[in-house]
Ligand binder design. Structure first.
Ligand code: ADP
Ligand code: ADP
Length: 233
């Protein structure tokens, strides 16, 4: 099944008298279980496209179907609901809450989803276990390494079983060894059937994806399978 279908997506930012056409005409389909990397130079429209895919923003024109549902015309409340249900976000800067321990950070999305406390703890613990961090459940972010913080963020992103894991420069703040460990974890998550969409400007990180889409000046310059995909040993 198709998870993402974009038709003629255009995004124009208006700043005073200036208009910036960040996306000109984006057409793309992503199927359930695909692992896609978006690349492209700074200013090519990656963040803008990620914001639209993640339902943080809507296109100026064009249609975006997420799981068959047209989300391109939704209002802020409808978008928030779709976002909470369908998208798990991972950022370069981890974005964990500093006063909460790892377990509570991971459990947070389950509050909005309406689970009762015992269920939240059990699910969050399982999610931490899945990323190899059960023994760090009661540590706060500042007591964890960068790689561990990103694992917590990944557990939080996946705890609600979203349709898409959306990762914006997930290794941007990590050294290379830790970056490859995070990419091995992404390989496992992908092998479990999850759909992953990642933005990176590093070729060796993109090489973990099975499909590489390059943006330039708000257009898709190329969209190719990745024969070099780095597979699990
Ligand atoms: P990156 O290239 O790492 O994706 P950017 O500098 O393009 O980072 O964007 C960082 C954030 O700032 C994004 O959320 C983007 O929407 C916003 N942004 C980028 N350019 C502008 C701009 N000219 N005016 C306002 N916000 C911008
Ligand atoms: P990338 O992530 O590839 O660096 P962006 O999507 O951030 O690209 O930016 C694409 C273009 O849109 C750039 O010219 C950028 O300056 C502009 N832009 C991005 N976000 C905003 C914004 N919030 N307001 C105005 N211009 C923006």
């Amino acid at each position: 099944p198709t998870i993402i279908e974009m038709q003629h997506i255009r995004k124009v930012y208006i700043m005073g008298t200036q208009q910036v056409e960040a996306l000109k005409d984006i057409n793309i389909q992503v199927k359930k279980g695909e692992y896609v990397a978006f690349m492209g130079p700074s200013g090519s429209g990656k963040s803008t496209l990620m914001n639209i895919i993640g339902c943080l923003d809507t296109p100026t024109s064009g249609r975006y179907f997420l799981n068959q549902k047209d989300v391109s015309q939704m209002n802020e409340d409808e978008l928030a609901e779709v976002r909470n249900k369908e998208i798990g976000f991972v950022f370069q800067t981890f974005n964990l809450l500093p006063r909460m321990n790892a377990l509570d950070n991971v459990a947070l999305p389950l509050i909005y989803a309406g689970y009762k406390k015992s269920e939240r703890i059990a699910r969050a613990m399982q999610a931490l276990e899945n990323v190899g961090l059960a023994d760090r459940a009661h540590h706060k972010p500042n007591e964890l390494s960068g790689g561990q913080r990103q694992r917590v963020a990944i557990a939080r992103a996946l705890v609600n079983n979203p349709s898409i894991l959306l990762a914006d420069e997930p290794t941007g703040n990590l050294d290379s060894k830790t970056s490859y460990e995070i990419m091995e974890l992404f390989n496992q998550i992908h092998a479990q059937g999850n759909t992953i969409i990642m933005v990176t400007h590093e070729d060796d990180i993109a090489s973990y994806a099975e499909r590489i889409v390059r943006l330039r000046d708000g257009l898709i310059e190329s969209d190719l399978p990745n024969p070099q995909k780095v597979r699990l040993p």
